[in-house]
Design a protein around this ligand. Sequence first.
Ligand code: ADP
Length: 397
Amino acid sequence: MTDTILTLNAGSSSIKFAAYAAKDVEGTPSLAGKITGILRSPEFKAVDGQGARLPGNGLDNIDLRATHDELIVRLLEWINGKLGSGNLAAVGHRVVHGGQHFLKPVLLDDTVIQELAKLNSLAPLHQPHNLAAIEVIRNQDQDLPQIACFDTGFHSTQHPLAKQFALPRSLKEDGIIRYGFHGISYDYLSSVLPEHIDEEAEGRFVIGHLGNGASLCAIKNRQSVATTMGFTALDGLMMGRRCGALDVGVVLHLLNDRNMTPKEVEDLLYNKSGLLGVSGLSNNMQDLEKSTDPAAKEAIDLYCYRTASEIGKLIPTLGGLDGIVFSAGIGENSPLVRQKVCNYFQWLGIEIDEALNKKNAPKISAKESRIKVLVVPTDEEVVIARATRKILKDMVL
Ligand code: ADP
């Protein structure tokens, strides 16, 4: 019986997955896990529906040279071994870029895949890996429905001015606009906001998805009105390895006066900048927080300053601010970052309750704070599973 929906999030250095009962994706996934550190220090971790650690068997000792494609094949074997072969009803994928045309989740076929491949250069860290995973599964089972959910989709509601660059209009017509990313995460976070603050959820919020990649989204009535990532996932906040917003004159200088090649500049901006570049130590916030090196402190300070500045830039698009939501690895787990970012907004009446902040409590603003500050764990997988289930149901009807 085909009773399971599998979600896959195949990124540049990790593959995350979760398996849901097709009839009720709101429940806990029966399997969930990830392979991290691909081609660096690969590691497999998985748990069952009760949260118990599962052995990886062949995946426990992954060869350093194992490619993304090989790992997808081995992961599927492992998943099929657990679920029983032929049990998958569909696979839902996170696909970073949907371009101008794919705003909603879509069933994948040859034409759609070809269109999505044209967007590879707009998200070089992610899109090719997302599509490669789809291709590997198609090669194994042509008939298994596969669905793509787009990180750009949630931002289609952005204010028209928030989407536009001050460039000649012919470029806008060619699709050179601010798309925004992390939309699957923002979709989830705005869907659960009423559980935390009832009808106030319809107000003016800035949500921070602060993981390895990081962005902010300004929402009103739980819809995106502006976001910090733009044409690519390079814009906006300082990230683990990415620089975020940068004077484009620096790029011209590196190309013209330092004779760097475009590829070298790309590598510098995507892989050697951000927390890693500034600290010279690590892209990992937890490691930097433990370090006593002044360069680590400087990197954290810059990260928080830049995050606060970008929050500030979004407030006019909302016409004010009712709350800030912190999410993803850093947002959910770092009291230090949350405190430092919020300190920049004391003038606006934001006050953090230190004890609640230390506990990563769902609401960390003090009673007297004029603006609410929340910590809400994200769950991109369930959004993908919901969309996959809906398309499957539509296919049957
Ligand atoms: P990804 O974007 O790969 O999904 P995550 O959302 O898991 O990444 O975020 C990873 C980041 O979260 C890393 O910088 C990591 O150090 C940071 N992080 C995780 N736990 C903590 C913690 N307890 N304190 C500070 N940072 C943390």
